[in-house]
Design a protein around this ligand. Structure first.
Ligand code: AMP
Ligand code: MG
Length: 396
């Protein structure tokens, strides 16, 4: 038997199936979750000049403890009417430009104004520059704020806008087609005949992709027929960047995906990975599209989508780090020794640590409800006591 690919080898080969898609500029409000196609470098200083951080009065620190004469006012977005003279204060509001020669702000709660006279009633500012935001204190022009490949979070969107970017320069998101296969499967909610079950993987995969992909249509379904599957694959390859099938990935009499891929003009890059669940994964290409054939058991589909499909989709969408992060947590219970292949055990992580579920039957759907972690157990790993550290991948 030829050696199975390791998960890491399989991931590297899958990411090599396609390059990040071309860049496009989109409006910031639509850019959440997209990946930057170029660095965001600040084209401006923020703040652009010294600003007040509070409502109060701009003063010169040397003039403390006052009193002052009030020399006008300045609000956010306005120009200060003039520079501050000795013994003068200027009414100022949060975000307003500090007048020339002012260096400190006294908050309005610490002073009393009577006409043009201002006196200190509280402690006043403790130090020179108090309540003043310096020019460039957030960032200076030329600062690299967000490297290419960064996922745009709400905060990153705000920073890119503040940096002066007119639009989000991101990669196009991949168009992904999901094709479920199996004679026993019936569309969700439809009546079931003898031996039939609802097709849950299609919607599960679509949900896992979420908005990482563009235009994931409704999952399609084909019966266990080599010709039908080949025809559908051929058609899908014309309009998609990624085609993912689920089910039929082995070599049973009713597993047709691998042959259908060949019939459709596609090519297998590799088949099978040293992991459990998920061993019979197929990776390849068809036309310009990347192809993944996931095994049909619900947990197998879930684990292989986590480890391979989502990284592929994120990679094509321009992500810098597309692979799931490996984290560590203590075991809440003892863990038996590892077997022949690396295990991705469905588990629950809580304050007490990681607890793998007693049942690891990949055919079960219900454990996926409570699972929030995949506990990674290496092949041949020795048994471990509760409290020992274990690797895991966080899952939604
Ligand atoms: P297969 O990979 O086709 O051998 O399927 C393995 C197991 O997963 C079988 O018990 C199938 O009935 C089940 N299965 C395959 N596809 C799906 C699906 N889309 N939804 C739910 N279960 C599925
Ligand atoms: Mg099947």
């Amino acid at each position: 038997m030829s050696a199975l690919l390791t998960v890491e080898e399989a991931q590297a080969r899958i990411l090599a199936l396609g390059a990040p898609l071309p860049p496009e500029n989109i409006a910031f409000p639509e850019s959440l979750g997209r990946y930057l196609s170029q660095d965001v470098v600040a084209t401006r200083d923020q703040p652009p000049a010294a600003l007040s951080a509070m409502d109060g009065y701009a003063i010169r620190f040397a003039d403390l403890p006052g009193p002052w004469s009030i020399a006008g006012e300045v609000a956010a977005g306005a120009s200060p009417p003039r520079a501050l003279g000795a013994g003068e204060a200027m009414r100022i509001f949060t975000g307003a430009l500090l007048p020339d020669r002012a260096d400190t702000v006294v908050v309005q709660e610490d002073v009393a104004a009577d006409g043009a006279a201002l006196t200190l009633t509280g402690d006043g500012p403790a130090s020179l520059g108090k309540h003043v935001r310096a020019r460039g204190g957030d960032f200076a022009a030329g600062t690299l704020l967000l490297p290419a490949g960064t996922r745009l979070s709400p905060g990153a969107i705000a920073a890119a806008i503040m940096a002066g970017a007119p639009a989000a320069a991101v990669h196009r998101r991949p168009r992904v087609a999901i094709l479920t296969t199996g004679d026993e499967l019936v569309a969700p909610g439809h009546p079931l005949g003898i031996g039939q079950i609802p097709d849950s993987n299609g919607a599960m995969l679509a949900a896992m992709l979420g908005d990482e992909a563009a235009a994931v249509g409704l999952p399609l379904h084909a019966r266990d027929d080599r010709t039908v599957i080949a025809d559908v694959l051929k058609e899908l390859a014309r309009r998609h960047d990624v085609i993912v099938t689920v089910g039929g990935a082995s070599v049973g009499d009713h597993d047709h995906v691998q042959n259908a891929l060949a019939d459709a003009g596609g090519a297998v890059d590799f088949w099978k990975v040293a992991m459990r669940p998920g061993k019979p994964l197929i990776a390849g290409t068809i036309g310009a599209a990347a192809f993944l054939g996931l095994p049909g058991n619900p947990a197998s589909a879930f684990v292989t989508a986590t480890l391979f499909l989502l990284p592929l989709v994120r990679h094509l969408a321009g992500a810098r780090d597309s692979l799931p992060a490996l984290r560590q947590a203590p075991l809440a219970a003892p863990l038996a020794a590892g077997g022949e292949r690396r295990d991705y055990l469905r588990a629950r992580l809580d304050a007490g640590g990681l607890t793998p579920f007693a049942t690891q039957d990949s055919g079960q759907t219900f454990p996926l409800v409570a699972a929030n972690a995949l506990l990674v157990r290496e092949a041949g790993a020795p048994a471990r006591a509760a409290g020992a550290s274990a690797d895991y991948i966080a899952i939604a």
